[in-house]
Design a protein around this ligand. Structure first.
Ligand code: CP3
Length: 353
């Protein structure tokens, strides 16, 4: 049932352009991952980076949730960290620790020493996975989403060297050496812009920027140290002629600034009512979100009530893409995912409401 008439007329891409749709489109951030037994079976055989660097395996993982659920879009299976290898950073994933950058960027010499390798060479495996996945998705009439970390969120990992609660090393560099910060962000912006364009050329039909840590910034710092670079990469990606989704978390104090990123679609978390977020962003953007991922751990009646709440906040206006406010959690039951996706598709808005 998903898809309508081929990828260009798919309800996901139509909603990105704020065109009317027959049903609210739905996909889920981290829709492929450890909550699925199919994924865990592959991960028992291959490390995370092995999956990402083998295009056939990335394509296979991309298709796992598509085969299991009636989703309206696929997202290429990759991660935001490996493209940092294009700057000469060494990236890994360690069990229980998440992502690691083994040679983090801490001082002037580190920033000046960053490489600028050919982005297509540095990310060839994901670009090839996109080509393979497009072929698989074509017959189903489903579009494929490519993605990148946003410059600020990538800077967080590049400077901190891994996950952190408050990224103090990163923010100290930003506050203490704004000149160095700008040089680092210029390099990340060139990398991200080139990577997004390359993904569109390889066949991605929409592009999402993940700015997971933007909510660590005050409005003033966001405006000065993150927003200009987001705008630059979004402009560059838009030249490829595909819609761009800008997703961030914890940014409800900065939504008016987020609206200035010039994205076609803004992804929001669950900490704000979707209708209120849309009013603050203005009518010129589509909106993606925003069910709390923890709701998927609840019993069906409670999950249904909360999903209906999100749909009612959107009010059936063109330009709503149903999603979570962040990625699917590993304890999620696939059965709840199936019921949620079908519920969104079956939902009917009251006339005149
Ligand atoms: O959405 C999708 O299905 C596409 C795949 C995808 C992954 N990571 C796969 C992944 C996407 C879009 C990402 C983005 C990503 N990666 C972000 C931004 C979105 C967000 O969640 O905030 C960030 C911050 C990262 C960095 C990252 N990668 C972290 C913090 C972790 C560890 C956390 C965890 O869940 O273990 C990863 C690893 C990772 N990326 C996994 C997956 C499926 C789990 C790895 C495993 O199988 O062990």
């Amino acid at each position: 049932m998903a898809g309508m008439t081929g990828p260009d007329g798919s309800r996901f891409l139509r909603a990105c352009r704020r065109e009317p749709v027959d049903r609210t489109p739905v996909w889920l951030m981290r829709q492929a991952g450890r909550y699925m037994s199919e994924y865990r079976e592959l991960r028992a055989k291959y490390e995370m980076l092995e999956l990402i660097k083998a295009p056939e395996l990335s394509c296979q993982v991309t298709m796992q949730p598509i085969e299991a659920f009636d989703l309206d879009a696929a997202i290429i299976f990759a991660d935001i960290l490996p493209p940092l290898e294009g700057l000469g950073l060494k990236v890994g994933f360690e069990a229980g620790e998440g992502p690691i950058v083994y040679n983090p960027v801490r001082d002037e010499a580190d920033v000046l020493g960053l490489a600028s390798l050919d982005v297509e060479e540095a990310t060839w495996f994901t670009l090839e996975a996109i080509r393979l996945a497009r072929r698989e998705l074509e017959s189903r009439g489903l579009p494929l989403i490519g993605f990148s970390g946003a410059p600020f969120t990538l800077a967080c990992y590049a400077v901190e060297g891994g996950s952190s609660k408050d990224f103090t090393i990163t923010k100290r560099l930003m506050m203490g050496r704004p000149d160095l910060w700008r040089q680092l962000m210029d390099k990340l912006t060139a990398l991200v812009g080139g990577y997004l364009r390359a993904q569109a050329r390889a066949g991605a039909q929409a592009l999402q920027l993940f700015d997971t840590w933007a909510g660590l910034l005050s409005p003033e710092d966001y405006a000065e140290f993150a927003l200009p670079y987001n705008r630059a990469v979004i402009r560059e990606a838009s030249q490829a002629g595909v819609p761009v989704i800008y997703f961030s978390t914890g940014t409800n104090g900065l939504l008016e600034l987020v609206a200035r990123s010039e994205a076609d679609v803004v992804g929001i978390d669950w900490r704000i009512d979707l209708g209120e977020a849309w009013r603050r962003l203005g009518p010129g953007v589509a909106i993606q979100g925003n069910l709390d991922p923890v709701a998927l751990l609840a019993d069906w009646p409670e999950l249904e009530r909360r999903a209906a709440g999100v749909l009612e906040s959107a009010g059936g206006r063109p330009g709503h893409i149903f999603n979570l406010g962040h990625g699917v959690l590993r304890d999620t039951s696939p059965d709840n995912v199936r019921r949620l996706v079908d519920f969104v598709h079956q939902y009917h808005f009251e006339e005149g409401s």
